[in-house]
Design a binder for this molecule. Structure first.
Ligand code: 5GP
Length: 217
């Protein structure tokens, strides 16, 4: 099966990163696309694992060198998907998982039309607020900025192939896994299926032929 990018987006705090982490831990057919960013690491984040943390100058150099599939400005920092990340994961036969915002999701689909875009929404405004409050180091100004951005992002949900309401994490993870499995069965993602189907068709045809001859005899 030809691997395809799985793009997960959500308003900040709706839970897509947790879903992505749980999926990656549970399945070997996925690889996390480590984005580059100019924002400083949060406590517990590791360079080269959660993000490639770059200086503004290094980020700009890589933009100029054409190293990004897409990049954007978010809450005063730059974030971008590296071409090398996607190539590395596709090259290993796995689906790249991208945890990116909506502009990036659109751009990824332009470059990789076979991508599957999943939008995760919170069950309520209160729950979103609660989850954002739990994000380490989020200051009040940036919290308001993230909530305002969430309002804009919610208007764009129809851009996505699937929308999931994240009521329960385990259930949300199972739903994304089901989406992956169903998408994997599309014939266009399975070119190797064509000769197998042709062979099956020949065998069924031969069987019908034999039965017809048997009935005539
Ligand atoms: P955070 O600072 O909370 O890790 O991420 C802020 C936002 O940037 C999130 O919505 C996240 O999905 C998005 N983001 C992370 N990496 C990328 C990227 O490579 N490209 C784009 N377009 N957005 C990204």
């Amino acid at each position: 099966m030809t691997p395809f990018p799985l793009v997960l987006s959500s308003p900040s705090g709706a839970g897509k990163s947790t879903i992505a982490r749980a999926l990656l831990a549970a399945r070997e057919d996925l690889g996390y696309s480590i984005s580059a960013t100019t924002r400083p690491p949060r406590p517990g984040e590791t360079d080269g694992k959660d993000y490639h943390f770059l200086s503004a100058a290094e980020f700009a150099r890589r933009v100029a060198a054409g190293e990004f599939v897409e990049w954007t400005e978010y809450s005063g920092s730059r974030y971008g998907t590296l071409k090398a990340e996607i190539a590395r994961i596709l090259g290993s036969g796995r689906h790249p998982v991208l945890d990116i915002e909506i502009e990036g999701a659109r751009a990824v689909r332009d470059t990789f039309p076979e991508s599957v875009l999943v939008f995760v929404v919170p069950p309520s405004a209160e729950e979103l607020m609660r989850r954002l409050g739990g994000t380490g180091g989020t200051r009040a100004a940036s919290l308001v900025q993230r909530l305002r951005r969430a309002v804009e992002e919610l208007k764009e949900a129809a851009v996505y192939d699937y929308v999931i309401v994240n009521v329960d994490r385990t259930e949300a993870v199972a739903t994304v896994a089901a989406i992956l499995d169903a998408e994997s069965k599309r014939p266009r993602r399975n070119p190797a299926l064509e000769p197998d189907l042709a062979e099956l068709g020949r065998e069924v045809g031969a069987l019908a032929e034999r039965l017809t001859l048997g009935a005539e005899a």
